[in-house]
Write a protein that binds this ligand. Structure first.
Ligand code: PLP
Length: 479
């Protein structure tokens, strides 16, 4: 079959194929549980099915959509209700539709003038979120700060470090009377993106200090204080501390208030990384996760993890936008315009690394409007209550132990038979296709992580998964 004689897809054909694609996605969600959660293909399997060279002539869209059948075996089903690996990357109908509209509009919001709606909806939604999560008012655009969407928490933390570097290196003099090499502090449980940011900024890996944690895997503020004093005595300039609210391995919470006081004492930039856990603060009863947030110079969390907004979408707030803008601002002749010159608008190109910007706020706007604050609270509360139920089931099975506190939606547990057994258990579970779990190491021990956050995970799913885990243990014990 040949494609129609038009080079471009007509709006008539787009309408027809668009309906087919939306049907395809809806069908996918209807039958998502029939796929193995973790893709079971071997390296190269998918490419071996693809044509050696690109088609010389365009193909009818029906054929292209049909190709999806070949590609699906290589998909890991992140939206499956049985996906409990890593942290969630939960999406939702309104988020997908919002993203579709954003893509359909095809705009590029690098500066206010290139699409005022893109900038203003972003600013507005991020101001909403400050109130929705009871964050510090200084993060609002109406105050000294403001919010911006980045692609990922990795980028948000990188941008925070760039701003902190600018602040620390522009004229700050340390106790010894000079600006020594800058140093960066985070806990040994912090996400690897902090180390990566240090590498990217060129500050050098040796400038990174990994502070030890307590028995709950939270940063020890006494050790932080001691390390900072030592570094100042040695002629370094402490520039940046990253506290984590909800670490990747075990959702540990660093004591932000204690850390914040230390940062205030020495004039150090405090960044808080709440990439996954942040949305818990939508519920008043979980706002303890942000205790001390008023000390933070910057803060990030990802609606693309635990707020039903499809990847990518990372919220980044700064308390003093001037420092951020000064550190990233560029104004070549070809971007000059009256709105920028008036000073009355935000040009988000100066708030992040890329010049070009997608209309990410559109999907966030859709999600917040569709669910409302109460709907989002219900989603968070259900996830946490399911996690706590599972925790109780694990606790009553004395073959297992829970190895870290379970404040929100992640359980770190292990079978008591040792690392090898737990690794076999995890591999067997993932090979079954019925669940996807990942592991970490805590106190040097192999630990299985069970993370809950997908939009359609019910208590029934969790029950089935727990039975599967117990049955798999019996099977392995018999081998
Ligand atoms: N920070 C924390 C605490 C995380 O758990 C993660 C990812 O799981 C990240 C940062 C990185 O997130 P992103 O993939 O958005 O860069």
């Amino acid at each position: 079959m040949n494609k129609s004689s038009n080079l471009h897809m007509t709006t008539e054909e787009f309408r027809k194929q668009g309906h087919a694609v939306v049907d395809w996605i809806a069908d996918y969600y209807d039958k998502i549980e029939t796929y193995p959660v973790l893709s079971q293909v071997q390296p190269g399997d998918i490419r071996s099915k693809l044509p050696k060279s690109a088609p010389q002539k365009g193909r009818p869209y029906e054929e292209i959509l049909n190709d999806m059948n070949q590609l699906m075996p290589g998909i890991t089903h992140w939206q499956s209700p049985n996906f409990h690996a890593y942290f969630p990357c939960a999406t939702s109908g309104p988020a997908i539709l919002g993203d579709l509209i954003s893509t359909g509009l095809g705009i590029q919001g690098m500066i206010w003038a290139t699409s005022p709606t893109c900038t203003e909806v972003e600013t507005h939604v991020l101001d909403w979120l400050v109130d929705m999560m009871d964050l510090s008012q200084k993060f609002k655009s109406t105050s000294t700060g403001g919010g911006v969407l980045q692609d990922t928490a990795s980028s948000s933390s990188l941008v925070a470090l760039i701003a902190a570097r600018e602040k620390a290196s522009n004229g700050r003099i340390n106790k010894n009377g000079h600006t020594g090499r800058l140093t960066v502090y985070t806990s040994s449980q912090a996400h690897s993106s902090i180390e990566k940011a240090v590498k990217i900024t060129g500050m050098g890996k040796n400038s990174l200090r990994l502070i030890d944690v307590d028995e709950r895997f939270a940063m020890r503020s006494d050790l932080l204080h001691r390390q900072i004093e030592q570094d100042i005595a040695d002629g370094f300039t402490p520039a940046f501390v990253c506290a984590t609210a909800g670490t990747t391995s075990s959702t540990a919470f660093d004591p932000i208030a204690e850390i914040g006081k230390i940062c205030a004492e020495f004039g150090i930039w405090l960044h808080v990384d709440a990439a996954m856990a942040g949305p818990a603060a939508l519920c008043p009863e979980y706002r303890f996760i942000h205790e001390g947030i008023e000390f933070a110079d910057s803060y990030t969390f990802n609606p693309h993890k635990w707020m039903l907004t499809n990847f990518d979408c990372s919220v980044f707030y700064v308390a003093d936008r001037k420092i951020l803008i000064d550190s990233l601002s560029i104004l070549p002749e070809y971007l000059k315009n009256k709105a920028t010159e008036s000073g009355a608008v935000f040009d988000y190109r100066d708030w992040g690394i890329p010049l070009g910007r997608r209309f990410r706020a559109m999907k966030l706007w859709h999600v917040i409007n569709y669910y409302g604050v109460e709907g989002l609270q219900q989603y968070i509360r259900e996830n946490i209550s399911h996690t706590q139920e599972l925790k109780e089931w694990i606790e009553t099975d004395d073959r297992f132990e829970i190895v870290a506190p379970v404040p929100l939606n992640l359980i770190c547990f292990r079978h008591k038979s040792g690392d090898d057994f737990n690794e076999r258990l995890l591999n067997e579970l993932n090979a079954s296709g019925n669940i996807y779990l990942t592991h970490t190491k805590l106190n040097g021990q192999y630990v299985i992580r069970f993370s809950i956050g997908q939009a359609n995970t019910t208590l029934e799913h969790i029950k089935k998964s727990w039975t599967l885990i117990q049955d798999t243990v019996v099977k392995l014990e018999q081998e």
